[in-house]
Design a binder for this molecule. Structure first.
Ligand SMILES: [Zn+2]
Length: 368
């Protein structure tokens, strides 16, 4: 596809996804996965099972046939073809919100008793400070960012539209490109009822088109996923105001959110997961030298207290663990303890075959 050729308006993301029309789970209406999926289900995705499933064990006269167990497609953490929220995200959020509310009450009590310490004042003013900061951040994009549109960065614009449709969002977020100056980054935020995505220009490398379109679609899916999962809400961020003062607990919640967003990115364009991680690891030019499987394998090998600590203090899961989670779609990414292969499974020579990892095995590519 030529760099400036607009992608088909409603199918670009889905065509790249061979699992999109296969459903994901046999519906189990009372499971958390089902309730989460219902929030994001749009009319265009199948939410009902096929009319009949084959009896798994055959049937015998007089013996009731047990219901079919949940059948999981290779997409793993994408029930109904929709992304799953990390299992630890909501429990951690509850803990952080309770701690934040408690700290806020203490600040109010201290103020009422005449303590005008600057930290107490700052904390008591948190609702205002957050509102102000979000307003300034949004305004910066509105006056300095290049707003993606059908005529400006049309490829990225279409990816945002597709990702929003894919996640069943009622409104497409605004999207801006800002000068990256060599940095690889993107983020999502909001102000009031508005939501937006910001992508650094280095992710568009060739005349406004992505050097790695699949990687960009994964990254845009990740950022739009933050919005779809509610991470950019004012009230949520206010409830998490204490996060910078909670090094282990706070960062763990942020990491769980990142895994959730990665699940969205994977759902949006799973074929871009390895290139996106390679770009984060080695940059936009050398990403093709990164062996996704080779690096992911090290998640289970690198061990020790300091490895644990670097991850525990990070806002994003460390790259090797993140790659592991994107490859092993059968379970959620690890927050505290390094991942391990399934019980009884040794590490095969040359890493895990594609039957275990769901991102197609991607050996180091030649740079030539
Ligand atoms: Zn993120």
């Amino acid at each position: 596809m030529q760099p400036f050729e607009p992608q088909p308006s409603d199918q670009a993301g889905r065509q790249a996804d061979p699992y999109a029309q296969q459903g994901g789970w046999v519906p189990a209406q009372n499971t958390p996965a089902a309730s989460y999926a219902q929030q994001y289900t749009s009319g265009s995705y199948p939410s009902a099972p096929p009319a009949a499933y084959p009896a798994p064990y055959g049937s015998y006269p007089g013996v009731p046939v047990p219901p079919a167990p949940p059948q999981r497609q290779p997409r793993g953490l994408s029930p109904f073809g929709l992304p799953a929220r990390h299992s630890w995200e909501i429990p951690m959020l509850v803990v952080v919100v309770v701690l934040t509310a408690f700290a806020y009450l203490i600040a109010l009590v201290l103020l009422a008793t005449g303590n005008f310490d600057q930290y107490v004042l700052a904390f008591a003013a948190a609702p205002l400070l957050l509102w102000f900061g979000r307003g300034v951040n949004y305004a910066s994009q509105r006056v300095n960012g290049v707003k993606m549109s059908p005529t400006q960065f049309p490829e990225g614009y279409q990816m945002v539209v597709d990702a929003a449709a894919r996640f069943g969002m009622a409104k497409v977020p605004d999207a801006y490109v800002v000068l990256g100056n060599g940095q690889i980054n993107a983020f999502a935020s909001g102000h009031g009822f508005r939501r937006y995505v910001v992508v650094y220009s280095d992710l568009f490398e060739i005349g406004g088109a992505a050097r790695e379109p699949d990687a960009l679609a994964f990254i845009i899916g990740h950022e739009v996923g933050h919005i779809a999962a509610g991470h950019t809400s004012y009230w949520r961020q206010l409830g998490m105001f204490l996060v910078p003062f909670l090094p282990i607990v706070g960062n763990s919640l942020i990491r769980a959110q990142e895994y959730t967003a990665d699940n969205h990115g994977f759902c949006n364009r799973h074929t871009g997961a390895s290139a996106a991680m390679g770009t984060l690891a080695a940059g936009k030019y050398m990403n093709r030298l990164v062996g996704f499987d080779e690096m992911a394998d090290r998640a289970a090998v690198e061990k020790g207290f300091f490895v644990w600590m670097v991850n525990a203090l990070s806002s994003h899961p460390v790259l090797t663990w993140r790659m592991w989670a994107l490859r092993d779609r059968s379970r959620h990414g690890k927050l505290f303890l390094r991942p391990a292969p399934p019980a009884g499974a040794g590490v095969p020579a040359g890493g895990y075959a594609s039957s275990y990892g769901q991102v197609p095995a991607s050996p180091p590519k030649s740079a030539l």
